[in-house]
Design a protein around this ligand. Sequence first.
Ligand code: ATP
Ligand code: MG
Length: 447
Amino acid sequence: MRVELPVDVKNIIETLEANGYEAFAVGGCVRDTLLLRVPGDWDITTSAKPEEVKALFSHTIDTGIQHGTVTVMKNHVGYEVTTYRIDGEYEDARHPKEVIFTANLVEDLKRRDFTINAMAYNDRVGIVDEFQGIQDLEDKVIRCVGNPKERFSEDALRMLRAVRFAAQLGFCIEEETKAAIRELAPTLAKVSKERIAVELVKILVSDHPEEIRTAYELGLTRVFMPEFDVAMETVQNNHHHKYTVGEHSIVAMQHVRPEKMIRLIMLLHDLAKPVVLTTDDRGYDHFVGHTQAGANMAKGILRRLKFDNATIDFVYRMVKHHDDRPPMDNMALVRRRISEIGLENMPMMIEIKRADILAQSDYNFESKMAYVDDLEKAYKEVLEKNYCVDKKDLSVNGRDLIAMGMKPGEEIGVVLDLLFDIVINDPNLNQREKLLERANKLITPFI
Ligand code: ATP
Ligand code: MG
């Protein structure tokens, strides 16, 4: 079997070989090429020590010298070149205590997580597949290299990575590997939240976000997102739903684009339902207040997982408004809601709402969808007619108010809020002359 190496990768390997070292493309790039997928990046493994690698190339970066990694730059692309290594004993199922360089490729392949990630290739030797990675690719199986329990005890993150590769590739986790995860899942708690978040996002944006279910079944979500476990175990006894809260969230994710923000929103949007659940005399479930509670809960989860503030704030806002349904005979209220969501976020909100409905029961399906169509029309009208739904777009601003005699200060904001209310109610009043006239009346108490 041949792997078509990019010319720069070929060059790096040939340079190393010409100087008496071994070098191979390794890991994800070999796996992806064999699957006819486009590799995200090309990693190289070599018998050369980091200093020896650095001596051979004009432009290198010390990416992780202590772990044996040097980045070689070629045509503005970086290639990680890592010395063959054996990972020493792991501390806390997290960091290898020490890294030992080795002259033996197979020793390096042995430390890798899964058989499909433990293959190497160069043009001279062909594919090195010591652990039946090709067979597992054919069988669509995620299997640990060596003893799964030992491998997960070295680095607990590998358990979540197993689910991640299953999600990206549409593979199944092999039984013994699975059994080891079930047993060792609680040790995922030792892994940093940042590393967990990276794998979680990769699961969510994959072709198979439903694999989060596997993470639940194996006891992994319980460690970093127990709210999701509760949702998986909460049935929704009302006309609108046919799934548990958790299953509803999974199906909703499947109905949106594979993009980080919207998949996170679908995952989290209803997670507060179990908390606010009330059941009436007829045995009918209600979830009053689940949107605000859900926004708060989403914020808590994302903070805990060390997501950045921009992501947290955006998800919070969209979860809070995901179930807004202003009546269509009150366009002022519709514009008000659009202003709260943000005009630029409306296409995503519409996608969220459609996915939410598609993950519910058939009850009132047509009319629910028709409502979203109407909302979309209303949004497009705001867009086309250039209606003001953002305070920044008022035709009168703070400077105007000061020019009219107001003193700089908080009251400027109060007047602008009032002007905004006026414009939300009647968009045609957002013309400078008209709005200045209104402003004039409004500011009299303030000057
Ligand atoms: P992608 O880059 O598409 O996410 P990948 O397979 O390249 O997939 P990386 O996380 O970039 O994944 O890791 C590169 C390679 O390093 C893997 O293919 C695997 O051989 C090895 N590896 C990465 N993380 C671990 C780990 N925690 N334990 C053991 N081996 C690992
Ligand atoms: Mg990679």
